[in-house]
Design a protein around this ligand. Structure first.
Ligand code: AMP
Ligand code: MG
Length: 318
């Protein structure tokens, strides 16, 4: 029996009952629970097998609700919220005392965003509490961008995936924190740095720390397929060096023929990086299901969402 359903009221009941539901967002599917229910939050960590040092993102449906969650909003955070919410930008801000420590991994900051998905916005309006929701994948696996991906991972451990179709952006949110009221980029994501800098000017990037990371999306190994994965500058040379292997290939726009290519994923025939980002994880899920010897991706252009795609592929190769 499927756990996929479009019934929002059923999701409301499950969440009111302190259990978890997988929800659609425009970035990736999330595994959601009431931020104030210890039972629900514990279950999120259990189902994901996520270490407790990894904090969760809190999801709201109006900017007004920020007052309930955070104690201080720097002027540049307000500008970013006005510019990008609802949308794929997560802000890390000083938390209020009522936010449970398990949500924030004991930090004095909390990560928040308003997702841009009609189904989840409607769900949030029907609830009397915000939802904590990390991505709905087991720790270190590829994030889900449709309901079937979630069902595949969690059909034996959760009651319901609320179906909202394919995720439009298909990459996790961009995460921005603040030091002395100035924005710092903690995680590359679905909103390009260039777009953020258009609103608040040049920002500092700190997404490469590996010990006690500011944002755990920064752990070197993350988002990984089970099949050994490579990110290369020269794809043809790589294919020539591995003639006896069955290889799955990911490219931006150009088709390629070689005997050892068993499957090729072209992410955007017109070379559009936003379209490519939205298709990346589905391509990885498909290739990972084909029992290949290796997956290889040609490095993407190093600007806009190409940077975020390269970041995820680099972590997939560790
Ligand atoms: P996920 O949705 O699985 O990517 O998980 C949520 C992500 O939000 C984590 O991996 C962290 O990168 C980030 N995050 C959540 N809370 C905080 C916080 N207080 N400080 C920094 N990053 C956070
Ligand atoms: Mg995740």
């Amino acid at each position: 029996m499927t756990i996929i359903s479009k019934n929002i009221n059923k999701a409301v009941d499950i969440l009111n009952n302190e259990d978890v539901v997988a929800i659609p967002t425009e970035t990736v599917y999330g595994l959601a629970g009431n931020i104030y229910s210890e039972k629900a939050i514990r279950k999120i960590f259990e189902v994901k097998q996520r270490p407790l040092f990894n904090p969760l993102i809190v999801h709201l449906h109006t900017i007004k609700q920020l007052e309930e969650i955070v104690s201080h909003v720097p002027p540049k955070a307000q500008m970013l919220a006005n510019a990008f919410w609802p949308g794929s930008l997560t802000l890390v801000l000083k938390k209020k005392a009522n936010i449970p420590d398990v949500i924030t991994a004991g930090k004095d900051t909390v990560a928040v965003r308003i997702p841009n998905h009609p189904v989840t916005l409607e769900l949030l309006k029907k609830l009397s509490f915000p939802l904590a929701a990390p991505s709905a994948n087991p720790f270190n696996r590829i994030s889900p961008t449709n309901a079937l991906h979630v069902e595949y991972y969690f059909k034996n451990s959760i009651q319901m995936v609320l179906d909202g179709g394919e995720c439009q952006n298909g990459l996790e949110s961009t995460i921005i924190g603040f030091e002395k009221n100035e924005p710092i980029l903690y995680r590359l994501g679905a909103i390009a740095i260039e777009d953020i800098e258009n609103v608040v000017g040049k920002i500092t990037v700190k997404n490469k720390e590996e010990k006690a990371p500011n944002a755990p999306g920064m752990l070197a190994k993350h988002y990984a397929p089970k099949t050994k994965t490579y990110l290369v500058d020269n794809l043809e040379e790589f294919l020539e060096r591995h003639t006896n292997k069955a290889i799955g290939v990911i490219v931006l726009s150009e088709n390629l023929n070689a005997e050892n290519i068993k499957h090729i994923e072209i992410l955007s025939r017109s070379g559009d990086l936003k379209e490519a980002a939205s298709k990346l994880y589905s391509a990885l899920h498909r290739l990972d299901g084909l029992n290949l010897n290796m997956i290889v991706a040609q490095r993407f252009p190093n600007f806009g969402l190409g940077k975020s795609i390269n970041d995820r592929l680099e972590r997939a190769t560790k």
